[in-house]
Design a protein around this ligand. Structure first.
Ligand SMILES: *[C@@H]1O[C@H](CO)[C@@H](O)[C@H](O)[C@H]1NC(C)=O
Ligand SMILES: *[C@@H]1O[C@H](CO)[C@@H](O)[C@H](O)[C@H]1NC(C)=O
Ligand SMILES: *[C@@H]1O[C@H](CO)[C@@H](O)[C@H](O)[C@H]1NC(C)=O
Length: 217
């Protein structure tokens, strides 16, 4: 009996002990779980902030569609003839043939495809020549260069007075304008119409028959 009692008795405190152990273990587990949950919440929040930052940077740099820049990069004169018969200012004239290198700078992360367009050359506001900029594609983050043959002459001018005085100071100033029409395409999904304009001033040196100055805006 005593043996039995002894046999029966001990488990009780052990059980009790186990229960309180279990309880504290349970509490510890709960606490651990709570801590884990907080940790996960912090991780998720940090990840969300990180992702938002990435998306923001992406939206502000990669996805922002900027206007490509079109300008004249270089002029190679083939022939240049000028007449300035001094006293008879009305007889002042010019005739030029040159190759204009048109550059289309595309800083976007997608290509810029543009249609052909007209490049006009003006003297004193009057069109003295036109040329066609062929349709082409400027690759992402690169500059497309196109050589365009241009012929200009003074035949369309009715008032050659400013020309006469310009030529007598050995200068010929032309203005060139163009407007491209095309689309910037980002990742085959986003398409934006972009129509960059060109406005360049070309100053020729009449005595050396060279291009003295090229200024594009
Ligand atoms: C300049 O004058 C010469 C002689 O008069 C003529 O042969 C030539 O065609 C003229 N050039 C231009 C550009 O008008
Ligand atoms: C044309 O070029 C020559 C040689 O570079 C220079 O001496 C002259 O001043 C220039 N003419 C003008 C009008 O700038
Ligand atoms: C082009 O630039 C010139 C000055 O360099 C300016 O006088 C002219 O108005 C401009 N033209 C256009 C169409 O913007």
């Amino acid at each position: 009996m005593a043996e039995k009692d002894q046999q029966v008795h001990p488990p009780a405190p052990a059980n009790k002990h186990l229960r309180s152990d279990e309880e504290s273990a349970g509490l510890q587990a709960k606490e651990l779980k709570r801590k884990k949950r907080i940790k996960y919440a912090v991780y998720i929040a940090a990840f969300a902030v990180f992702q938002t930052a990435i998306i923001l940077v992406f939206a502000l740099t990669v996805m922002r569609v900027k206007n490509p820049k079109v300008r004249i990069g270089r002029i190679t004169i083939e022939t240049m003839e000028t007449n300035n018969t001094g006293a008879a200012a009305a007889a002042a004239s010019f005739d030029l043939k040159f190759i204009a290198q048109v550059t289309v700078k595309n800083t976007n992360f997608g290509h810029y495809r543009f249609d052909h367009s007209t490049m006009s050359f003006l003297y004193d506001g009057v069109i003295v020549g036109e040329a066609i900029i062929p349709k082409a594609r400027a690759r992402a983050r690169s500059t497309k260069k196109l050589d365009v043959i241009v012929e200009v002459n003074s035949r369309a001018l009715t008032n050659t007075t400013p020309l006469g005085s310009e030529l007598s100071s050995n200068i010929l100033t032309l203005n060139s304008q163009a407007k491209l029409k095309g689309k910037v395409e980002l990742m085959k999904v986003i398409k934006r119409n972009k129509s960059p304009e060109m406005n360049c001033t070309l100053t020729f040196n009449v005595s050396t028959r060279n291009l003295q100055d090229l200024n594009c805006k």
